[in-house]
Ligand binder design. Structure first.
Ligand code: HAM
Length: 414
């Protein structure tokens, strides 16, 4: 038998595990600051926990769940997401007495999707939930928290926040009826996949990636026109607060999310550097879900982010980072070299040296690490009291004195 891992799964080790640990440390630190308590739930649950809340017609339930019958003839499912198991755990363990309940969790999820860059069949999520308040401040607090965590993990990435409101359940069901009518009159131009969703899940046509679907969706009814006065106020309060906090956002009326339990606020953080799987983090309100799962009729809101997608962006940042590699050709330049190290540290310039007095080996390493610059110390540099800086992308070479290096690098890396 050929020894191999299951398609869509991956082993995590080396640099990857370092990134995973860094992500969970930063998440836990931020969770503590905001008083969220950690919770871990089992990896599998009874299948019925997921089908109705996520939506009988959602892609996850229709085709992506790993479900099986165990030896007691019980139907079990590997959790495809964390919100429903967390709510189940809060109800099962009587955690809903003191509200709001603020919980978070980190762990693997399972969805049988077509694997590609940023999309796996076993992947890891960070998940935050606030149960028991409909105050818009909870929405703002969660968006602010996700923004802070992403900024800390990915300081150089351009990540855009998209927001929308889906209104209450009644608004959403009226809106869906009108969408069905609209798409039905345009069905000749829709993709086959979208045609199949006209009656079952018309909202999902709005976030189709097919060019013709996008064109047709542009003139489709807009949810904002259907919102109740209360839902409009909730949405306006959020936009006002985000402006006040100087968090940039884009209103996206086609943002509908893939799971059925949402209402009112929905949001996603997206990055153009992720390819087609461009959503890093997504979430929203789910008033009604806790009751549906057998708990009290209280509202809730939360978000989840994919750890693998954050790790991909960390790689991307590292590649575009102007990492400087040092090349020291002989150990007789050690003292001269120590001055340089001190200078680079004081000027917060990221550098790497491989402890080898060999120019060729230094270039090989620099190439491997996708470094942008090499600073070379050889006889000429040592005798002339300068440093040679080579731009590894353009090939340009400059001779600079120590105090000129920072300005030069900052100029070039802009
Ligand atoms: P979701 O949008 O299905 O939401 O997933 C959240 C995040 O998990 C995505 O933005 C993505 O980064 C990551 N993700 C999803 N599927 C995959 C995959 N196949 N491979 C890699 N990463 C993936 C939820 O799961 C909701 N429970 C979020 C939530 C929490 N809403 C309220 N509370």
């Amino acid at each position: 038998m050929e020894l191999r891992s299951v398609r869509g799964t991956h082993d995590i080790f080396g640099e990857e595990i370092d990134k995973f640990n860094r992500i969970s440390n930063i998440v836990s630190k931020n969770a503590n600051l905001k008083n969220f308590k950690e919770i871990q739930t089992p990896i599998f649950e009874f299948s019925e926990l997921f089908a109705k809340p996520l939506g009988e017609q959602s892609d996850v339930v229709l085709k992506e769940m790993y479900s099986f019958e165990d030896r007691n003839n019980e139907f079990l499912t590997l959790r495809p997401e964390y919100t429903t198991p967390m709510i189940r755990a809060a109800i099962s363990n009587n955690l809903l007495n003191d509200l709001p309940l603020k919980i978070f969790g980190i762990g693997p999820m399972f969805r049988r999707e077509r694997p590609q860059k940023g999309r796996y069949r076993q992947f890891n999520q960070i998940n935050f939930e606030i149960l028991g308040t409909k105050d818009f401040i909870a929405d703002v607090e969660l968006i602010l928290l996700s923004n802070n965590i992403l900024k800390e993990l990915l300081p150089q990435s351009e990540i855009k926040l998209h927001i929308n409101s889906l209104g209450d359940k009644k608004t959403l069901s009226d809106f869906k009826k009108n969408l069905t009518k609209y798409f039905n009159t345009h069905k000749k131009k829709l993709s086959e996949e979208s045609v199949n969703k006209i009656y079952t899940n018309p909202l999902r046509i709005l976030d189709s990636k097919n060019i013709e679907d996008i064109e047709i969706s542009k003139s489709s009814p807009k949810i904002y026109e259907y919102l109740t006065a209360e839902a409009k106020k909730h949405y306006e309060d959020i936009r006002r607060s985000l402006n006040l906090l100087e968090i940039n956002f884009e209103e996206n009326s086609n943002l509908v999310r893939g799971l059925d339990y949402y209402c009112n606020t929905v949001f996603e953080f997206k990055s153009d550097d992720l390819g087609s799987q461009d959503t890093l983090l997504g979430g929203g309100r789910y008033d009604g879900l806790i009751k549906l799962l057998g708990g009290p009729d209280i509202p809730g809101i939360g978000w989840a982010a994919g750890i693998e997608r954050i790790a991909l962006l960390m790689d991307h940042e590292k590649k575009t980072n102007s990492i400087v590699h040092l090349a020291v050709t002989n150990d007789k330049f050690t003292d001269y070299f120590l001055y340089l190290q001190k200078y680079l540290s004081e000027n917060k310039i990221s550098y790497y040296w491989n402890y080898k007095y060999n120019l060729k080996k230094s270039f090989t390493k620099a190439n491997l690490y996708s470094a942008s610059y090499m600073i070379i110390i050889g006889d000429n540099e040592f005798n002339g009291k300068f440093f040679t800086i080579k731009n590894l992308i353009t090939g340009e070479q400059k001779e600079l004195e120590l105090h000129q290096i920072s300005n030069y690098l900052n100029d070039k890396s802009r």
